[in-house]
Design a protein around this ligand. Structure first.
Ligand code: DAV
Length: 314
């Protein structure tokens, strides 16, 4: 059972300190940052591609749910992975760094309420939380440590382990807070690996004991949390051509690492990623090659645009 995002209403909100520092710390000139609704072509094509993806999931007997469209996004509903962490009994609306995303979880609430009680973590998002020294300097992170703050997509789930990327979209005290919330789990902070956003384009957990690693960010297994150091791994091959709409780009070319395992032997990957397919097939993972024209434009691969709630083997 999985929630699949929706590009309808996607927009880039008015520039504030949170958006400037979290999404665009590497952009020098503010005038290069677009604003307002994404071009209609982007929204339409992204939605068309999401429909195809939903069809593939349904063909694999996956129940597909969609965000509640009556909640108009102030940012978007394209990436349900970003704001809510679902793991065992935990349903956590995380204390997100972007002000415009503060209420996004409401679009998922009616679905999630059927699975249990959602904990809504608040974040004040006051100016003092953000560190302007990060502009242009990936060695300085965008968030101060004044209060817990993180996107759910900074985390990967592995049974009783939660891997947590410390980056512009997740601070250290956020990892401590998550540990307090989940006393039966072990939270493993990952530092100095990727300064910008989220963990799921750096590491992808393919199945128990096998992971895909982004070679531009992981240089040595020592950078990984202990439990992952004994896993088998695949270095992600150089990505095939990934287009983005001119002037709009919300992710690196490594968005292909951000795949979704539909089941332990089937991955959803972007249709141009032939080298990745060949690697995965060597490990008996078949690939559903699915068109996703705006993965980079909107900053969401198949992992980001989904939130899996229940897997058959759970
Ligand atoms: O690799 O640029 C993409 C965001 C994934 N949630 C990247 C991060």
């Amino acid at each position: 059972m999985v929630i699949v995002g929706d590009a309808t209403g996607a927009q880039i909100p008015k520039l504030d300190i949170s958006l400037r520092l979290i999404n665009y710390a590497d952009v020098q000139n503010e005038d290069d940052i677009p604003q307002g609704p994404y071009p209609q072509q982007v929204v339409d094509e992204a939605n068309e591609d999401l429909e195809l993806f939903c069809d593939v999931l349904r063909d694999e007997s996956v129940t597909v749910l969609r965000p509640d469209a009556s909640w108009e996004p102030r940012y978007y509903h394209y990436c349900p992975r970003d704001g809510v962490l679902v793991h065992d009994d935990l349903i956590l609306s995380t204390p997100q760094p972007l002000r415009a995303r503060r209420t996004e979880y409401h679009a998922l609430e009616s679905i999630l309420n059927q699975y249990g009680k959602m904990t809504v973590a608040r974040c004040s998002q006051v100016d003092a939380l953000y560190n302007t020294a990060c502009l242009g300097d990936p060695d300085v992170l965008a968030l101060n440590e004044t209060e817990p703050c993180f996107d759910a997509a900074n985390i990967l789930r592995d049974n009783d382990n939660l891997y947590y990327l410390v980056s512009n979209s997740g601070n250290r005290v956020g990892a401590e807070y998550l540990q307090e919330l989940c006393p039966t789990k072990k939270v493993w902070p990952i530092e100095d690996v990727y300064a910008y956003m989220h963990l799921d384009s750096t590491i992808s957990l393919l199945r128990e004991g096998l992971m895909l690693l982004n070679p531009s960010r992981i240089k040595s297994l020592d950078q990984l949390p202990k439990p992952l150091q004994s896993w088998n791994y695949i270095w992600c091959p150089d990505p095939g051509e990934v287009y983005h709409y001119p002037g709009y780009c919300n992710s690196s070319k490594w968005i292909n690492v951000n795949l979704l395992m539909i089941n332990p032997n089937l991955a959803a990957i972007e249709s141009n990623q032939h080298a990745l397919r060949a690697e995965l097939e060597k490990h008996n993972i078949d690939c559903a090659m699915i068109q996703a024209r705006h993965q980079r434009t909107l900053g969401g691969g198949f992992h980001c645009v989904t939130l899996d709630l229940k897997r058959q083997h759970d």
